[in-house]
Design a protein around this ligand. Structure first.
Ligand code: SAM
Length: 373
């Protein structure tokens, strides 16, 4: 991301004069549109190529049952229109001074080519696992993957090679997710920066204690530290290789990393102002989800915020209900079906966190929970 005016000084009217865009803002909108449209095009091309490879290799693999949606599935056109709405909201947040113009997809051509190659090399492996139901390779390979990690964690989530447990997996992860979400992943994550910017307007960012839980390769930690230039943050994850890729990619001295279980956080009671968490809860068994909420409630200071981004749930956007039901039929997602119906407002209440708002963002939802002061 570009350096922004610190959000605590941003007026929200830097470039839009009484609602009338000036030349500067027209140029900025054009730049945003070009960047995001090329992202969508890049990942859509990869998705289409993957579909064709899958069709071709399926003939040599055991047949996979045809996925059956349980509810409506949005058309391609509807999804593109919802992605456009997400981008419009994203740009509006930039113009409001919540965060700076994003610099998504700043891979060098060489990096892009190497990642694209690795992605296509992995497609047949994922297809083989899907066709044979092989999602326990990580669990079975005790020589390569530590058996001290929780059992529910040692699986090939999404049928991905090495699950969460190798550097190759970590390097491919963001690309694979963007192929799935048509390049809209970063914009969905950034919805968490809107309440975050509100918090930073009220408080001195240098004094905020911030943790991104299950930070992966720094998909939100990076943008958060980019948006708020005096903020420090700790990324917590159970995967050493994902943390190592996060460290290399971010190279930001304001970031620190800790390997830990979300359900057993190495922080004192009432010690953090903000905890964010993106795409973790649909990967957790119901019992662990509750433990993680209780841990977040324990480590947050009274008045602290929990910014939660994850998949849409059933009923959030009824036209997407059938699409959500397809996800666990297509990918190894052992806990997703129970996630779809989970009452996070009730889990929050039971563990001491109040649900303040829920905002759908294409196939994700952003929820803010607050620990009462
Ligand atoms: C779907 S990825 C999301 C990563 C990142 N937050 C993002 O926005 O892309 C899930 C992450 O959760 C981590 N994870 C899963 N279970 C965990 C647990 N119990 N404790 C800590 N991290 C966990 C995985 O290692 C992985 O990095």
């Amino acid at each position: 991301m570009e350096r922004a005016a610190p959000a605590d000084t941003a007026s929200g009217t830097q470039s839009v004069d009484a609602g009338r865009p000036n030349l500067f803002s027209i140029a900025r909108r054009a730049r945003y549109a070009v960047a995001q449209t090329s992202r969508v095009a890049l990942y859509t091309v990869h998705s289409e190529a993957m579909r064709r490879i899958n069709q071709r290799i399926q003939k040599d693999l055991p047949p996979v049952p045809k996925p059956v949606p349980d509810g409506p599935v949005p058309s391609q056109r509807r999804m593109l229109s919802d992605i456009a709405k997400l981008f419009a909201a994203d740009l509006k947040s930039v113009e409001a001074g919540d965060y700076p113009m994003p610099q998504d997809g700043t891979m060098s051509p060489r990096e892009l080519l190497a990642t694209s190659r690795a992605f296509f090399k992995d497609v047949p492996e994922v297809a083989r696992r899907r066709a044979t139901g092989a999602h326990q390779e990580v669990f079975e390979d005790r020589a390569r993957f530590p058996d001290t990690l929780p059992r529910y964690y040692r699986q090939n989530f999404h049928f991905q090679t090495d699950g969460w447990l190798s550097e190759e997996s970590a390097k491919l992860y963001d690309f694979q997710v963007d192929v799935l979400f048509s390049g809209a992943t970063a914009a969905m994550r950034r919805r968490a920066l809107v309440p975050f910017a509100r918090i930073i307007r009220r408080k001195d960012q240098r004094k905020l204690a911030y943790m991104d839980l299950a930070c992966g390769t720094s998909g939100l930690l990076g943008p958060a530290l980019g948006a708020f230039p005096r903020l420090r943050g700790i990324g917590v994850d159970l995967s050493e290789p994902y943390l190592s890729v996060a460290r290399d990619r971010l190279g930001n001295p304001r970031a620190a990393y800790t390997t830990a279980k979300a359900e057993q956080l190495p922080f004192a009671d009432n010690s953090l102002d903000v905890v964010s968490c993106v795409y973790l809860f649909h990967e957790l068994p119901p019992k662990i989800r509750r433990q993680v909420f209780a841990e977040v409630a324990r480590v947050l200071k009274p008045g602290g915020s929990f910014l939660f981004v994850d998949s849409l749930q059933t009923g959030d956007v009824p036209d997407y209900d059938g699409l959500l039901s397809l996800f666990p039929q297509l990918f190894h997602e052992p806990y997703y079906t129970s996630y779809l119906k989970e009452d996070f407002g009730a889990i929050g209440r039971d563990t001491g966190l109040e649900l303040r708002e829920v905002t759908p963002a294409f196939v994700s939802r952003m929820a803010e929970f607050v620990k009462p002061a």
